[in-house]
Design a protein around this ligand. Structure first.
Ligand SMILES: *Cc1c(COP(=O)(O)O)cnc(C)c1O
Length: 427
């Protein structure tokens, strides 16, 4: 098959063409197989989604939108994008979808470009209370180019304080209100946000990056009909490739499309669009609905088991896929705990907790979730075991007991053998 040879044989497969990268991909696959991955924004995509991302669609430029492109040769790309859009519209019940944003952050930037002028006021959840960088953090362009004002959670309940949201909205008259975030363990009250937005004449945006799969599977209320603009990533609970979508009503469609292209981006990543379409097809199945509900059941079971072991959970528990643990009463910071847990085969991330007295780079909490373990087929019966390992590892970290962490990692490796992942051979 090879027609030429030389130091760089471009017809070779990855393992031959670039053994260094191939070895790293292999090592990462093994790592994903051998660990219990609890980072709530991560998942395992299906074999079909993996395949779609590795196709010749990556070769094609297609600036513009289907039937209105700036390059020729779109006979098949247009159909790919139209399928992705049609599936998203049907799955979420929205009037318009843009599947081109490169990821969640650029998708959110497009929202600012579409609806705000520099310096305009908008309202969002404060980052240390569970918001996202792109919701106006001072270190984000969204925080320096616009004027963010923030709501937070109630100190007692750990839940978003809707009275505070209303008070700030009345006082500040924001042009836009974001609901949603990255570390919210409870349901988002879309109707309540919509009422406040309506009262103050603000555009309500729901950022459902974390919970899109739960919404699609009927395991979390939908923002459709309440938020005219909805932003989501495609790679978290929705279990697609790394990417994003913006969903709107008819009224806001044109402004969003113009903001994504040509406002912010050039050619869409067509291989990603294809993989998004595949993921959306999967998400429309009965099996995915069961998956979404299992994620929530697993998180509830994990939360209960952690509470029994004396862990302090922000808001006292969870309604969704995510659990935020305040480790203050365990006498260890989030960062050393996360590092120790990783050594023990339990992958989590350190995270601020609301009213965190420590700094974001070394905060008080860790954030965990169940989307990835649920994809692997773990159920509520496995959650007490995971909670026990977390407890043991945190205790070992406190005592600086590396041997105990390695012992847990070995147990975890043994345990995960029974839970296959797509794209990695089960031993
Ligand atoms: C993950 C996330 C994003 C950003 O997504 P990236 O793909 O990492 O840019 C935006 N908003 C929320 C609420 C998120 O959770």
């Amino acid at each position: 098959m090879t027609t030429h040879s030389g130091p760089l044989d471009l017809t070779a497969r990855l393992a031959d063409a670039d053994p260094e990268i191939a070895a790293l991909v292999e090592a990462e696959g093994r790592r994903q197989f051998e660990k219990i991955r609890l980072i709530p924004s991560e998942n395992y995509v299906s074999r079909a989604v993996l395949e779609a991302t590795g196709t010749v669609l990556t070769n094609k430029y297609s600036e513009g939108y289907a039937r209105k492109r700036y390059y020729e040769g779109q006979q098949f790309i247009d159909e790919v994008e139209e399928l992705a859009v049609a599936r998203a519209k049907a799955l979420f019940g929205v009037e318009h979808v843009n599947v081109q944003p490169y990821s969640g952050s650029p998708a959110n930037l497009a929202i600012y470009l579409a609806f705000l002028q520099p310096g305009d006021t908008f309202l969002s959840l404060e980052l240390p209370h569970g918001g996202h960088l792109t919701h106006g953090s001072p270190v984000s362009a969204t925080g320096t180019w616009f004027r963010p004002v923030h709501y937070g959670v109630d100190k007692e309940t750990g839940r978003i304080d809707m009275d505070q949201v209303r008070d700030i909205a009345r006082r500040e008259r924001p042009k836009l209100i974001f609901c949603g975030g990255t570390a919210i363990p409870r349901l988002i009250d879309f109707p309540a946000f919509a009422e406040i937005a309506q009262e103050v004449g603000a555009l309500l945006v729901a950022d459902i990056a974390h919970i899109a799969g739960l919404v699609a599977g009927g395991a979390h209320p939908s923002p459709v009909g309440y938020a005219p603009v909805i932003s989501t990533t495609t790679h978290k609970t929705l279990r697609g490739p790394r990417g994003a979508m913006l969903m709107t009503d008819a009224e806001h469609a044109k402004a969003i499309d113009k903001a994504v292209f040509p406002g912010l981006q050039g050619g869409p990543h067509n291989h990603t669009t294809a993989a998004i379409a595949v993921a959306l097809r999967e998400a429309a199945t009965e099996e995915f609905r069961r998956y979404a509900h299992q994620i929530v059941a697993n998180a509830a079971a994990l939360a209960e088991a952690l509470l029994e072991r004396g862990f302090d959970l922000v808001s006292g528990g969870t309604d969704n896929h995510l659990i935020l643990i305040d480790l203050t009463n365990k006498d260890i910071g989030g960062k050393p705990a996360a590092k120790a847990l990783d050594r023990a085969g339990l992958e989590v991330n350190f995270n601020t907790v609301p009213f965190d007295p420590r700094k974001p780079w070394s905060p008080s909490g860790i954030r965990i979730g169940t989307p990835a373990v649920t994809t692997r087929g773990m159920t509520t019966e496995h959650m007490p075991r995971i909670a026990a390992w977390i407890d043991e590892a945190v205790e070992a970290a406190r005592k600086d007991d590396g041997e105990a962490l390695d012992r847990i990692a070995a147990e975890v490796r043994e345990f995960t053998k029974d839970f296959p992942i797509p794209g990695w051979p089960t031993p």
